[in-house]
Ligand binder design. Structure first.
Ligand code: HAM
Length: 416
């Protein structure tokens, strides 16, 4: 085969696509109840959009962006995530003037040049949400509860919800100082990236995936111990409201996020069944980003679900791969013309109908109906056209029911 998908990319084919559609429609229904509206954002942005928000020293910006020069010699980047693009749009269209909270969701592909492995792709899909303009931790609890409800409604079980607070611009400097002090004596145990991060952004050392760095940073002080009063009150509020809403969760003081824009609340949902790529969804607050993009100070919070991580967990339970309600086996050209009309009438009535299109024996047509998973079969030939009577065969038990050649009677029988 001459052409293949690029490494880390994949085609999504039937029957998988029905699982994807099931997840998307479940999420959309829940978003409607919580007042989220869809927003569609470009797949590409000016590279600065991501550098300014995700952070120059993050893995994404340092190593994983698909960045190139367009024909106008501008540096553009395929979006590695949705929040930065969203905030760019939020500021560009002055959405902050609408009554808060402004709530949005998006679904679509993201691009990160990571080393592909199970559940980790270079093009992957997220369902993301962003809620703007409110810093009350009740909104944080509501959004985590909504995430729990989406994942529960698509049939995911045994997930671990971890939450923490990673402080804000006023308490973080103290934390950075304490962290640097803790790490200073053993810097040579860390990788060269981490040694560079020590000065540029020591918090990133907590997110390094190199095994020796993970080992060496054990015992580092948790940011939770350094929260200022405002962040501490906010986090206490979040915990109280999560209890009130009965969202099962654990506090993980060493939870770190790979994006620099987070403030206060950060959370991650993981599954034990995904090996090392265990995060199925993650999010948090980013109260400084709108201002960073030139808008008025506006708090924001959101999350994104990784589609490729949840699909394998629910594949077995999804019921999307059903065959047609009815398949027409056809013995003559006149019968095929009659079936063509009947099929259109039945589809207009909401039934899924297929008909045979090849000149093959009745036996092979029946075999085809079986392989497609048809629930019912009607054989149409000269006799049926002459008498105006047909037999509807039930493929589950082989029994038949008689009907006239009228679409409404066929539909009534099958739907009963
Ligand atoms: P993130 O943690 O970078 O957050 O990604 C969210 C989710 O996307 C991850 O938990 C994971 O399920 C999925 N994901 C990430 N990278 C890959 C990959 N290479 N292959 C497959 N799945 C992947 C964000 O992107 C933030 N924008 C979330 C957010 C929204 N925070 C606030 N608002």
């Amino acid at each position: 085969m001459k052409y293949k998908t690029l490494k880390g990319l994949q085609d999504i084919l039937p029957p998988d696509i029905s699982v994807w559609q099931h997840i998307e429609s479940t999420a959309k229904n829940i978003f409607k109840n919580y007042g989220y509206q869809e927003i569609r954002l470009p797949l590409m942005e000016s590279t600065d959009v991501f550098i300014r928000s995700i952070g120059e020293t993050s893995d994404i910006v340092e190593k994983e962006m698909y960045t190139f020069q367009d024909k106008g010699k501008r540096s553009v980047t395929l979006r590695p995530e949705g929040t930065a693009s969203f905030v760019r749009a939020y500021v560009e269209h002055h959405i902050y003037n609408d009554p808060a909270p402004q709530k949005f969701y998006y679904m679509g592909p993201m691009f990160r040049y990571e080393r592909p492995q199970a559940f980790r792709y270079r093009q992957f899909y997220q369902i993301g949400v962003e809620a703007m303009g409110i810093d009350d931790p009740k909104l944080d609890a509501e959004i985590i509860s909504m995430l729990s409800s989406i994942l529960g409604s698509i049939g995911l079980e045994g997930l671990n919800f971890e939450v923490t607070s990673i402080g804000c611009a006023s308490c973080r400097p103290d934390y950075k100082t304490a962290l640097k002090k803790h790490l200073s004596g053993k810097l040579d145990e860390f990788c060269s990236d981490c040694r560079r991060r020590y000065d540029a952004n020591p918090l990133r050392i907590l997110d390094c995936k190199v095994p020796s760095c993970i080992e060496s940073r054990k015992g580092a002080p948790p940011v939770l111990d350094f929260l200022c009063k405002e962040c501490k009150d906010h986090f206490d509020g979040l915990r109280k409201y999560l209890e009130l809403l009965k969202v099962p969760h654990t506090i993980n003081p060493s939870l770190v996020r790979g994006l620099d824009y987070y403030t206060k609340t950060a959370f991650e949902v993981s599954s034990e069944n995904l090996g090392s790529q265990s995060a199925v969804a993650a999010g948090g607050r980013y109260d400084g980003m709108v201002r960073e993009f030139g808008g008025p100070p506006t708090p924001g919070i959101g999350f994104a679900i990784g589609m490729e991580r949840i699909i394998p967990l629910i594949k077995d339970s999804a019921d999307g791969n059903k065959g047609p309600d009815l398949f027409f086996c056809l013995l003559t050209e006149e019968a095929a013309e009659k079936a063509l009309i009947l099929a259109e009438q039945l589809r207009a009535g909401g039934m899924r109908v297929e008909m045979n299109h090849e000149q093959t024996s009745l036996r092979s047509q029946m075999r085809k109906a079986n392989r497609m998973g048809a629930a019912h079969v009607i054989v149409l030939g000269e006799d049926e056209l002459k008498s105006g009577e047909i037999a509807i065969k039930y493929m589950t038990d082989g029994k038949t029911k008689r009907s006239s050649l009228q679409a409404d009677e066929i539909q009534k029988i099958i739907k009963n």
